[in-house]
Design a binder for this molecule. Structure first.
Ligand SMILES: Cc1ncc(COP(=O)(O)O)c(C=O)c1O
Length: 442
């Protein structure tokens, strides 16, 4: 007989599923939560308990679980075309999505190349950058630059431009060396310095490196405005302007990884709009499918596209993934973009963000909290003298308060879906305070 209770699902999962980014032994003490269904901002377990998805299920969900509009689009797409390969064939959802995304950049980034997960998009951007220089005869441009604390994914190439020791160190011998420059993290401001001053200092570090070895550097890769995985490190948009200018001056590509910060997360549809710059490559994933299906893509300028356009097959970009441009995933993305248009999402988010920031003031002013920060629909603060195992204890305690939250080290953050009601916003703030106080009390 099939087992159906909550604890049976846990036991069966632990017997056969290897969960991501987890030391599995921790599940001897930390509960694994089997989700039976989702609705709006909430996930429900098999015993009827619910959890407010305050981190959008790893930053992917924008308009809630089981969103009726995205569901309807997907059901229609299922009955039309579930999948067709994208080499030699094309289809309506991928064409419309590429056109709409291009239009959102004022057609500066005219072509989109598709993959599935974020890390694959990063791999593509790195390979494309190197290969386009090569096609132009600049074969020495083989190096990549990343920022201190950067995170671009877990595959070998993406990990090489990631600077989070916990994820990277074990695989050090497998990874190609990259150059690491200072992070513009505004928290590192010295006494009397502004975030813009830190941005200038960090850009000077890039300039130093470009002067020294710009002829060997293919690209610099940056998470614009917020370096999320390192602990929601935020910086001044000025940094992106300065680096864009340096890239132009030294002939280095600018790759902006908007996998976490794109799709309205920072207040504008693309984070780089706040700096009024466009990159040479823009990576998008996570929220673009509304959090429904794995979809990632790299948008690029027509000059880059032209560098591959030739009668010589080896000058082409011969990269592929089986599910490249999945019609279902692209249709989910189109439904997501339609919600942005129909609901004036960026403006309504502003109102929601103001309310949550206000409701979080007791935490912002808390004497065990520093660096309370917010950009768009991202909030974060750092616990002062956080107890051992703070993050795991916070996660477990949060579940007891109907919250799904996973602090990064001693940084507590929120990245909720864009559909929270006023009541949910107030509940999120009040419960986060309660969880924080309980965990800090030990
Ligand atoms: C900025 C950034 N780049 C890349 C990735 C990797 O995306 P994926 O986990 O879909 O491979 C992430 C994931 O968190 C991310 O935050």
């Amino acid at each position: 007989m099939e087992l159906k209770t909550q604890s049976d699902w846990v036991a069966r999962s632990l017997r056969s599923v290897w969960h991501p980014c987890t030391q599995m032994q921790h599940h001897e003490t930390i509960p694994l939560i089997p989700v039976s269904r989702g609705k709006g901002a909430w996930l429900y377990d098999h015993e009827g308990r619910r959890y407010l998805d305050a981190i959008s299920s790893w930053w992917v969900n924008l308009f809630g679980h089981a969103n009726p509009r995205i569901n309807a689009a997907l059901k229609d797409q299922l009955d039309t075309l579930e999948h067709a390969m994208l080499a030699g064939f094309t289809h309506e959802p991928v064409i419309e999505l590429s056109e709409k995304l291009s239009a959102l950049t004022g057609h500066v980034l005219g072509h989109s190349f598709y993959a599935s997960d974020g890390a694959s998009a990063v791999e593509i951007a790195l390979k494309m950058s190197f290969h386009s220089w090569r096609n132009h005869g600049h074969t020495d441009k083989q190096e990549f630059v990343c920022l201190k604390g950067s995170y671009h994914g877990e595959t070998i190439g993406a990990l090489a431009v990631t600077d989070v020791a916990l994820f990277k160190d074990a695989y050090g011998p497998l990874l190609r060396a990259s150059q690491t420059v200072m992070s513009p993290d505004a928290r590192t401001a010295a006494e009397g310095e502004t975030a813009a001053d830190v941005a200038r200092r960090a850009a000077a570090d890039v300039e130093r490196l470009f002067i020294e070895r710009g002829d060997r550097i293919a690209a610099i890769i940056i998470e614009p405005l917020v370096q999320c995985a390192t602990g929601m490190a935020m910086h001044d948009p000025l940094y992106l302007q300065l680096v864009r200018a340096l890239c132009d001056q030294h002939k280095v590509h600018l790759i902006l990884d908007e996998i976490a910060v794109g799709c309205g997360r920072t207040g504008t549809f693309f984070a780089c709009e706040q700096a009024k710059v466009w990159p040479d490559f823009l990576c998008l994933s996570k929220g673009i499918s509304g959090g429904y299906l794995p979809l990632s893509l790299v948008m690029t300028r027509d000059e880059i596209y032209q560098a591959f356009y030739s009668n010589d097959v080896t000058r082409g970009f011969l990269h592929s993934h089986s599910y490249t441009g999945s019609p279902l995933a692209c249709r989910a993305a189109l439904a997501t973009l339609q919600i942005f248009e129909e609901d004036d999402v960026l403006n309504t988010n502003r109102v929601k963000a103001e309310r949550l920031t206000k409701a979080l003031q007791p935490l912002a002013q808390h004497d065990q909290v520093r660096n309370f920060r917010q950009r768009g629909m991202i909030w974060a603060f750092d616990a002062i003298d956080a107890p051992k195992d703070f993050s795991r204890r916070f996660f477990a305690t949060a579940t007891e308060h109907e919250l799904l939250m996973r602090p990064i080290g001693s940084t507590v953050y929120m990245m909720p879906p864009y559909i929270l009601s006023d009541e949910e916003i107030d509940g999120l703030a009040a419960n986060t305070l309660a969880v924080f106080n309980q965990v800090m009390a030990g």
